[in-house]
Design a protein around this ligand. Structure first.
Ligand SMILES: Cc1cc2nc3c(=O)[nH]c(=O)nc-3n(C[C@H](O)[C@H](O)[C@H](O)COP(=O)(O)OP(=O)(O)OC[C@H]3O[C@@H](n4cnc5c(N)ncnc54)[C@H](O)[C@@H]3O)c2cc1C
Length: 196
């Protein structure tokens, strides 16, 4: 391949990179009081020799450079933060769960709980959750059944941690449906259980 062809390929990549950079800047914003620190494309042609080719080090170092400059190096997540985020996910799933779930939807939430009890990224919690599921098999025949079951198992975990028991009759007022324009996020249930 000639040097001109290579040059043309890298120019195309640079264009895509600039476009990506523009989109990424929507996700990695500097704090309000900080000036933007990084405006180069993720992948750019240096004005140095090597026939216009960027060094591999320069390319691979750029994303980390962005992270360092933006001060977004990850801090460890606590067990409590992980727990709150997971319960938010699960109760929101319960709030969105349809009145008449399809067979597939019922299977999916059962599988999800089983998988969660295996891969939950806190070993002690995962082991505990496995026992909770064994003693309290998933009930997902309807919205009410599933959201009440989630409330119940959350209370089982609460009790084991010495936390207050949540009144499950209030679960629908604590955990609403996802706030989404024109209910675009609603999960559709079947009219009959034999749809799928
Ligand atoms: C599957 C799973 C297993 C876990 N196992 C362990 C474990 O073994 N050991 C451990 O230390 N931590 C465990 N955790 C984390 C623990 O449950 C808490 O999330 C964490 O201690 C933070 O508690 P919190 O008091 O902030 O509120 P959380 O218990 O996280 O609850 C968040 C919010 O949910 C609401 N809420 C509380 N109870 C209910 C309920 N029954 N129904 C509906 N809404 C409710 C309240 O408004 C509360 O503020 C587990 C989490 C999950 C998701």
């Amino acid at each position: 391949m000639s040097e001109n062809q290579l040059q043309s390929i890298f120019q195309s990549v640079e264009k895509v990179s600039k476009c990506l950079q523009h989109h990424l800047s929507n996700f990695i914003r500097p704090a309000d009081n900080q000036a933007p620190t990084y405006r180069k494309p993720l992948f750019s042609l240096p004005s140095s020799p090597r026939g216009g080719l960027p060094s591999p080090e320069a390319v691979s170092a750029q994303p980390m450079e962005i992270l360092k400059k933006k001060g977004t190096t990850a801090a460890p997540v606590t067990k409590e933060e992980l727990g709150r985020a997971t319960w938010t996910f699960l109760h929101t799933l319960g709030a969105q769960y349809p009145e008449n779930p399809t067979r597939q939807q019922k299977k999916d939430v059962k599988d999800l709980m089983a998988i969660l009890s295996r891969v939950y990224p806190c070993q002690e919690c995962a082991g505990h959750f496995k026992e909770v599921l064994r003693a309290n098999p998933v009930q997902a025949g309807s919205h009410a059944e599933f959201s009440q079951w989630l409330c119940h198992i959350h209370n089982v975990v609460n009790r084991s941690l010495g936390k207050a028991i949540f009144p499950c009759e209030r679960v629908d007022s604590r955990w609403g449906k996802l706030d989404c324009e024109q209910r675009n996020c609603d999960v559709q249930g079947s009219l009959t259980i034999f749809d799928k």
